[in-house]
Design a protein around this ligand. Structure first.
Ligand code: KIV
Ligand code: ZN
Length: 522
């Protein structure tokens, strides 16, 4: 590894998953991690194992099944967090514990209620303990950019003395500006005494839209690990976007003199998969992976590009894997060719799931004249990967009747092994079906958002429905796909309700853990 190698630390599955409304199941997280491994991501932060049993299991599964990258688990400085992270990542050939504590005056006083000396003591015990469990320990000073650089120097020196090998400087609240952050990073490295053998890292949030710019400024200041997420997902306005950092470093190698190991031709595929799974659409004008990122509309631009692409294109669309022809296989395609195509799209399916996907594909071929890669991707994401074993309810059948301005629906659902049917009337067939489902399951979530979109331009394309549901402040996104828009809408609602149940169980687990801790503390 040369000093010009910038390590890509992807936290889509941890910080990205913290974004309001994102709830990925274990199978979805594994698929994303496998994609990240294929594109040669250096480190995957697979989750926060102490947060819930579900998070723990997902990190463990990824550590067991994903080879190549370092697999990191996040932990507060508490011993039980560090132990949970160690237990979850130990299955990887390259396990890392990533522990953190806040160092800014505001966080120490109001959130932690700790003095700087107490924080230092926490860093000492946490890093020492983590290092007794794994060889690779990263330490982050949360809210570093609003911390005193001299204090940070002391904190980071302590972390290094206790065995941390990666030191992370987060701009947790996305407050910094590029020139300021670059100078700050230099100052902190200096205040720490420029320790040898340590990798400096940054983790920038996007509250002012500066996360990528700040990360790149930090690379110029000497950091060799950037923490980022696919499509810039993350808390609030998100994190620095992986695709923008990677292509920024690559396209402007003349400025940075560094590179990542990322196979950039996979950027569009991973972006599309993450967008489909999270229900967070990619805006058309999003840099690198947006549908318009390489589209030239104005006549004068088109003319320029026809004469010489470099007049208006600073990157080649092929270098980021921008979708070209999306035609897929036909009805008579064999299993082998199908598997190859599915893998080229970024999926890694077990034999069993591949068989399910093949059956789905054949059914689609009967329903549609041409099956495109978009159709297939939508069906695999919505019909195979979103249905993990933790789901409680499944759609068995439905019947709708439509009149102008009203509709009625009869829906049958399997709820924990028992079939239940109910009927309702509504403003239209979808509204009626949603009412019937609510009657069956006995919960009344707010429908905050509903959309249906065709995955491509053909009139018989798959319709992908998305819903956002809120139940007592717990928000989730559900999705469903079908050649029939009503069926897609019903599936999305059912998926949302399953995710609500899962989120409620997760929260209940966290609450009982907190109550147990409070009881022990008394
Ligand atoms: O934003 C932040 O500071 C974090 C840390 C846990 C690295 O996510
Ligand atoms: Zn963060």
């Amino acid at each position: 590894m040369t000093d010009a190698h910038v390590r890509v630390f992807d936290t889509t599955l941890r910080d990205g998953e913290q974004a309001a409304g994102i709830n990925l199941n274990k199978e979805e997280k594994l698929q994303i991690a496998l994609q990240l491994a294929k594109m040669k991501t250096d480190i995957i932060e697979a989750g926060f194992p102490a947060a819930s049993p579900g998070d723990f299991e997902a990190v463990k599964l990824i550590a067991q099944q994903v080879e190549g990258p370092i697999i990191a688990g996040l932990a507060r400085t508490r011993r039980e967090d560090i132990l949970a992270a160690a237990e979850a990542v130990k299955w990887s050939k390259k396990p890392r514990i990533h522990t953190f504590i806040a160092t800014s005056p505001i966080h120490m006083e109001f959130k932690l209620k700790m003095s700087p000396e107490q924080v230092l003591a926490e860093v000492r015990q946490a890093v020492t303990y983590a290092r007794s469990l794994v060889d690779d320990v990263e330490f982050s000073a949360e809210d570093a950019s609003r911390s005193d650089p001299a204090f940070l120097g002391e904190v980071f020196r302590t972390a290094v003395e206790c065995g941390a090998t990666t030191l992370n400087i987060p701009d947790t609240v996305g407050y910094s500006t590029p020139d300021e952050f670059g100078e700050f990073v230099r100052e902190v490295i200096e205040a720490t005494g420029n320790p040898v053998g340590v990798i400096w890292s940054v983790h920038c949030h996007n509250d002012l839209g500066l996360a990528v710019a700040n990360s790149l400024a930090a690379v110029r200041a000497g950091v060799r690990q950037v923490e980022c997420t696919v499509n810039g997902l993350g808390e609030r306005a998100g994190n620095a976007s992986m695709e923008e950092i990677v292509m920024g470093l690559r396209t402007r190698k003349d400025r940075f003199g560094c590179q990542t190991a990322i196979d950039t031709t996979r950027l569009c595929a991973v972006s599309s998969q993450v967008s489909r799974m999270t229900g967070f659409p990619v805006p058309p004008n999003k840099a690198i992976v947006g549908a318009n990122a390489f589209a030239h509309e104005a006549g004068i631009h088109q003319h320029g590009v026809l004469c010489n692409k470099a007049t208006y294109e600073i990157m080649n669309p092929e270098d980021v894997g921008a979708p070209g022809s999306r035609l897929v296989l036909g009805k008579h395609s064999g299993k082998h060719a199908f598997k190859q195509r599915v893998e080229a799209m970024g999926f890694t399916l077990s034999e069993e799931k591949l068989k399910e996907a093949m059956t789905l594909f054949k059914t689609l071929c009967d329903r549609k004249e041409i099956v495109t890669a978009d159709d297939l991707e939508a069906m695999i994401n919505n019909e195979i990967l979103s249905l993990d074993e933790s789901r409680r309810i499944t759609l068995k059948s439905f019947l709708v009747q439509v009149g102008s301005g009203h509709g009625s629906a009869t829906v049958t659902i399997e709820d924990e092994g028992r079939e239940k049917t109910d009927a309702a009337a509504g403003n239209g067939p979808v509204d009626a079906a949603y009412r019937a489902i609510r009657r069956i399951v006995g919960v009344e979530p707010e429908l905050e958002n509903y959309s249906i979109q065709s995955v491509n331009e053909s009139s018989d394309a798959i319709g992908e429905a998305r819903v956002t549901l809120d139940l007592g402040g717990v928000r989730v996104n559900g999705r469903g796909a079908s050649t029939d828009v009503i069926e897609a809408s019903i599936k999305a609602y059912i998926d949302g309700i399953n995710r609500l149940f899962a989120a409620q169980a997760r929260i209940a687990g966290q609450e009982s853990q907190a109550a147990e801790e409070a009881r022990k503390a008394v």
